[in-house]
Design a protein around this ligand. Structure first.
Ligand code: PEP
Ligand code: MG
Length: 754
């Protein structure tokens, strides 16, 4: 069964639209179960109907005609119960309805399995048998597994069809797509779709206009790959036996054969772009080989897939060179990587939209740092169809609007102007302290990591950088930057901010931030080799960075060093020992080292419980609420499937933060928060009430949070904190905090529009 499942899924991936995909499913399931009928009903929630969308076994005319009211019949029962309905003698079941539109005598054996995606019923997969038949438990599991797989495909294709309709409508129609998380703000721009150099199977389809140019692009990639294979084969002549080298010849043969190349070209000529055409062709041929009896030939499927991937990489390579961006680019993709984002000139980047990712992913942080609105987790976004279209990124309602109508466009432009006016209206706060109405003050600092944002921070009157993510600089290189290069960089950062404090964080790579030139492939990257763990295991890299920081700090007195991901006292001691040895080396070289203030990030739960022991060894603590939330709640900050569970206002996270703030302040040391929570209005409100010494956030939020702090009374915020700490859910706490902000005339921080 597993083989059949795998094959069906591959076949679905090779199809171009929902109709094709469903026809493949019904035909293959019917054959696999040796049953008389297999059908798929899609649920049209707006009309309250289950519509027969594909069938193998019912009369051809029935498709599109058979419509059941939601909940009607055994099919409706499977949907409303959200579980399989498996009935040996359907007409005897009380929920049975005879459906005249099929024009068939009743079937007896019936099994219906709901197709569900993220708690929503999309349709029902049904198999029927003329005679009485109880489908076996194995058959039921097979259908349940397939329905789960199908759910992923349907969502995408459904939207593609909506877009097809839009295309017919002279680009005047509008489509709204919901995301799960965002970076606040509003932007209108032109969609620029980026693709990961991803697995071949995940390459989407994309319509193209100039098929000849695309065909010639593909031919060039094939020619280049052939030349490369010949070169490799030549080079290996002395190293490999003729038998081993046969692989290259086999690849070259595959490339010269008609099937793979012509199959792809044919698909290109139907209007698909080369990577999509290549994916469909390669999967089709790989499937043929997978089904062969001869084990040797079966193995060739892997070669075909491998060759397909090589060709895909080649196509991508040539595409990413010197990419031109429009002036109002909205970057879109299944997943957007940090380096793809950094590739766009900041002045041209207006927004970000992705299928995957969440508000706490590093791309989201960067977007906020650059003041760019973003919407993440738009699961039914069809990026391949959107390139060049006008889109609105609405980070307030967490929606994307594709092709806004003229009236809607006007409305959005008005809101964008109002948003700019709000920011403009806050400029007078620039040089005023962040102090509550009853005189409680705290420091507001900026998060940074790029030159663009540090210079902007300085120009906006910011009085310090509370978190400098040093790894961002490492992303812009094709190798680790050396000591001189880093020293120059850190000196520049300290000079720009002098005399205000700058907290340089040591390298925090791993997790969702692998460097292109230092790939880390792990099953569970957030629980793996990350942050300080890498630094301690690669003391060469770590010491180079520490030496560079100390050298920069010898010229300027405003340096603090922050260690990420500290999870134990032992780790901290090891890091301190390396810092000490870097200092000793520099002193031996004649440098007068001025020791910076040293801090730890509290972002791993163990650090919360060991805070007393840890804080003794350092000068300050900075709470990384992004990671602390992910680790305390066991919610991957990058995974949109669980993004709804990710909220730093969760009572457990608030309790942990409060404990750290109290303990650190009890020993007279400062504590700050540098996660995204600090720039979130409700989060900043509660953190202020807890008594943190400083908040560090993206530049775009800074004046807004200052406005908030200057509009409230500390005592009232503390009373609110007491009130919310007894609530048992993040949603209730957020509602309560937002109501407080509304009461204080701060609704403009939560939504846009007057
Ligand atoms: C955090 O985890 O809150 C943090 C500030 O670090 P980063 O987001 O860079 O992991
Ligand atoms: Mg972190």
């Amino acid at each position: 069964m597993l083989d059949i499942l795998r094959r069906i899924v591959q076949d679905i991936n090779a199809t171009r639209n929902l109709g094709e995909a469903l026809n493949v499913v019904v035909a293959e399931v019917k054959a696999a179960l040796h049953t008389d009928v297999c059908s798929v009903y899609m649920t049209d929630h707006a009309r309250g109907e289950h519509v027969l969308m594909a069938s193998d076994g019912l009369r051809p005319g029935a498709v599109g005609k058979v419509r059941l009211k939601i909940g009607q019949g055994l099919t409706g029962l499977a949907a409303s119960r959200v579980e399989p309905v498996n009935v040996e003698n359907a007409p005897a079941h009380p929920a049975f309805r005879y459906i005249a539109a099929t024009g068939e005598a009743p079937f007896h054996g019936f099994i219906g399995v709901p197709i569900i995606r993220r708690r929503k019923v999309l349709g029902v997969l049904v198999a029927q048998q003329r005679e009485q038949r109880k489908y076996t438990a194995d058959e039921e599991s097979f259908l349940v597994t397939l329905a789960a797989q199908l759910a992923g495909c349907i969502n995408q294709t459904e939207i593609r069809q909506a877009l097809d309709r839009l295309d017919g409508d002279a680009l005047s129609g509008t489509l709204f797509l919901e995301g799960v998380a965002s970076a606040r703000g509003l932007a209108i721009g032109e969609a620029v779709v980026v693709f990961p150099s991803a697995a071949l199977e995940r390459v989407p389809d994309k319509d193209i206009d100039d098929v000849d140019a695309e065909a010639s692009r593909f031919r060039q990639a094939v020619a280049a790959e052939l030349a490369e294979l010949q070169r490799l084969s030549e080079r290996m002549r002395l190293l490999l036996s003729a038998g081993d080298r046969a692989l290259f010849d086999a690849y070259a043969l595959l490339l010269s054969s008609d099937s793979l190349v012509n199959g792809t070209l044919e698909r290109i000529y139907t209007g698909n772009w080369a990577p999509g055409a290549l994916r469909a062709t390669v999967l089709e041929y790989a499937n043929i080989f997978t089904e062969m009896d001869d084990p040797y030939l079966r193995e060739r499927a892997a070669d075909i897939l491998d060759l397909g991937q090589r060709l895909l990489n080649r196509l991508h390579e040539e595409q990413t060179v010197d990419r031109q961006y429009p002036d109002n680019a909205v970057l879109m993709g299944e997943e957007i990587s940090v380096s793809q984002l950094l590739d766009v000139p900041p002045e041209k980047l207006k927004g970000l939209v992705s299928v995957r990712g969440t508000g706490a992913s590093h791309v989201a942080l960067l977007a906020r740092g650059l003041g760019v609105p973003a919407v993440f987790g738009v699961s039914n976004l069809p990026p391949g169809r959107l390139n060049g279209r006008e889109v609105v990124v609405d980070g307030y309602t967490v929606r994307v609007c594709i092709q806004p109508s003229p009236a809607l466009r006007q409305e959005y432009l008005k809101l964008i102007t109002e948003e700019a006016e709000l920011s403009q209206g806050l400029q007078h706060l620039r040089d005023l302290p962040a102090e509550t109405l009853d005189g409680h003050g705290l420091a507001l600092h900026a998060n940074s990591g790029l030159f663009a944002d540090i210079a902007a921070a300085r120009n906006s009157g910011v009085r310090g950088v509370g978190l400098y993510r040093s790894e961002l600089h490492f992303f812009l290189r094709d190798r680790f930057p050396g000591e001189e290069e880093q020293t120059t960089l850190y000196t520049r950062v300290l000079r720009i901010m002098d005399p205000h404090p700058v907290v340089l964080r040591t390298l925090d790579i791993g997790g969702d931030k692998p460097l292109p030139y230092f790939p880390i492939s792990e099953q569970n990257p957030y629980l793996g080799w990350r942050g300080i763990r890498i630094s301690l295991d690669q003391p060469d890299l770590f010491k180079t960075q520490l030496r560079a920081m100390l050298r920069a700090g010898s010229h300027y007195a405003n340096l603090s060093i922050l260690l990420p991901m500290i999870g134990s006292v032992m780790e901290l001691r090891e890091a301190l020992a390396l810092l000490d040895s870097a200092r000793a080396e520099l002193e031996a070289e004649g440098l007068v080292v001025r020791m910076p203030r040293l801090g730890i990030m509290v972002e791993v739960p163990s650090a919360v419980y060991q805070i007393d022991a840890l804080i003794r060894l350092v000068d300050f603590a900075s709470i990384g609420s992004n990671d602390l939330t992910q680790y305390l709640l066991a919610v991957d900050r990058n995974n949109d499937r669980v993004a709804k569970l990710y909220d730093p206002l969760h009572p457990a996270v608030l309790a942990a933060i409060r404990q750290v703030v109290e303990r650190v302040r009890a020993v007279g040391k400062p504590v700050s928060v540098c996660g995204e929570m600090a720039g979130d209005p409700a989060g900043a409100l509660l953190l202020t009430a807890m008594g943190v010494d400083s908040l560090s956030m993206n530049l775009g939020s800074l004046l807004k949070i200052k406005w908030l702090i200057r509009s409230i009374r500390y005592e009232a915020a503390q009373a609110l904190l007491d009130e919310v700490l007894i609530l048992d859910s993040a949603a209730a706490i957020r509602d309560c905090a937002n109501a407080f902000l509304d009461q204080h005339g701060l609704g403009g921080l939560l939504r846009i529009g007057k």
